[in-house]
Design a protein around this ligand. Structure first.
Ligand SMILES: [Zn+2]
Ligand SMILES: [Zn+2]
Length: 152
């Protein structure tokens, strides 16, 4: 009697002896082996690894200055600045605390802000205000919420 079992690789569709020589062991599969043969599985693994590398870009967190990897798609959309949500939240609180012109990043001055505020009270649309004064949405949001320029 022949007790030899065969398993067909789902990738290359070749038939192999169902042994740990030809297939990696898997605790999750019914027969205890991966669905693809070792050479195919190796190829899949290295591909995944390469993909990961090409999509992740090494960055330095804007808050804690730690090294981290951000996905390319996130960086393209202007995110991927902080290593974690924690850091981004911490930085946001910092920005909220700074008051107007004392903040070195401030591109606005009292005059502009009072103009913005009067526009806001005249129900001028956010987009229009942002274009008119060339400010970021988050900046305008902070002014509206009185997190910055509270004293005007
Ligand atoms: Zn194969
Ligand atoms: Zn960080």
């Amino acid at each position: 009697m022949d007790f030899k079992e065969y398993k067909t690789c789902s990738k290359c569709l070749k038939e192999f002896d169902k042994t740990s020589e030809n297939f990696y062991k898997s605790v999750n599969s019914k027969d205890g082996f991966y669905y693809s043969c070792k050479p195919c599985d190796n190829a899949i693994r290295t591909n995944r690894f390469k993909e990961k590398l090409s999509h992740n870009i090494s960055r330095i967190c804007a808050h804690c200055k730690k090294h981290f990897y951000a996905e390319l798609c996130r960086i393209k959309t202007g995110r991927g600045i902080y290593c974690s949500i924690l850091c981004s939240n911490k930085d946001r609180i910092c920005v909220g605390k700074s008051l107007g012109e004392k903040n070195p990043n401030a591109t606005l001055n009292k005059e502009i802000v009072s103009n913005i505020k009067s526009d806001l009270s005249n129900n001028v649309k956010d987009d229009v205000i942002r274009k008119k004064y060339k400010i970021r949405a988050s900046h305008l949001c902070s002014i509206k919420a009185r997190r910055i320029w509270r004293h005007i």
